[in-house]
Ligand binder design. Structure first.
Ligand code: AKB
Length: 317
């Protein structure tokens, strides 16, 4: 019998909204409580319980955990890299305090498992750029990256000291067509599809040869479910796992889109996000995730491009 009761904080966001629907399909609508500071789309709101929660409101989170007898929390609320550079203290407050609330609840045995996403942003300019290893130099230069790296250290600390069952992935740029992302440096790889279909042209805010690690949403959701389902003994990294599917540049992505839409044109006008992208790896070595709990990706650049264009052409329901 399924005894999981899940709370997703940040359920209306890009990853949270699709993750909620997947977890509801797996564990039952009533067992997956969505929450966010704002309401989500129709599918999310109509498929199960929803609570308005500010991820830094400890009392409210405790109340909701008690009300629904929550056993697992997925903390998906975060301020992403580009926005965080504009309001650093607010980003730090959201990204760190929300994590402390959940880790402390797990330490006090109010919940028994936590998922917390980290990011490729934990790496910095002094990190080996290609095939970045699981364990290496990490000197992030963005507010978001600093918060994610610090968060990783705290996750590991709570695991070592208090036996908190926390699991984490270093997400690359996540690409999807159902919900728009907000405030990330990898967002160009989603905007490009919308503009290609709408206008036939796109001006990229990253330079043509900027290679970044990317992943289609379905793979990111699969990895998240897989690591949360893995036996505890197989989850050997308790800071966060490198996770990878593909890497490409704006130029390579545009060339792939052109195969489907020959008229499509791209131009380049790098802005402040270029510096953020320059500080991140171009590709990631995720063999430890593959070895420890059997991670496998499904989507490459070609499949991602076809799926995105087909998905965006469908009328919105
Ligand atoms: C961002 O661009 O900030 C995020 C990330 C790589 O974590 N998509």
């Amino acid at each position: 019998m399924n005894s999981k009761r899940i709370l997703i904080i940040g359920a209306s966001g890009q990853i949270g909204s699709e993750l909620t629907l997947k977890l509801r399909a797996l564990y039952g609508n009533e067992n997956v409580i969505a929450s966010d500071i704002k309401e989500g789309d129709e599918d999310l709101m109509n498929s199960g319980p929803f609570e308005i929660i500010d991820a830094t409101n400890k009392e409210l989170i405790e109340e909701v955990v008690e009300k629904y007898q929550i056993t697992e929390v997925y903390l998906m609320a975060a301020m992403l890299s580009a926005t965080a550079e504009k309001i650093p203290m607010k980003a730090w407050d959201l990204n760190m305090n929300s994590l402390f609330i959940i880790l402390n609840m797990a330490k006090d045995k109010k919940i028994n498992r936590v998922f917390w996403p980290s990011s490729i942003a934990v790496f910095g300019p002094s990190t080996p750029k290609e095939n970045t290893p699981q364990t290496t130099v990490m000197e992030p230069t963005t507010v978001y990256g600093i918060s994610k790296q610090t968060g990783e250290r705290w996750c590991e600390y709570f695991f070592q000291k208090y036996d908190v069952d926390v699991r984490s992935l270093r997400y690359p740029g996540i690409i999807s067509y159902k919900t728009l992302p907000g405030g990330g440096t990898t967002d160009y790889a989603i905007e490009i599809f919308h503009e290609a279909l709408r206008k036939g042209l796109y001006t990229s805010f990253l330079a043509e040869n900027t290679s970044l690690p990317m992943m289609f949403m379905d793979d990111a959701i699969k990895a998240t479910v897989d690591i949360m389902e893995a036996p505890a003994k197989d989850v050997k990294v308790r800071s966060s796992y490198n996770l990878s599917a593909m890497s490409f540049t704006p130029k390579e992505l545009a060339a792939e889109i052109k195969k489907q839409l020959p008229e499509f044109e791209i131009s380049y006008k790098p802005d402040f996000r270029q510096q953020i992208a320059n500080s991140w790896p171009g590709s990631i070595d995720d063999k430890q995730a593959r070895e420890d709990w059997g991670w496998e990706h499904e989507f490459d650049l070609e499949k991602l491009t076809k799926t995105m264009l087909e998905g965006l052409k469908k009328p919105v329901s």
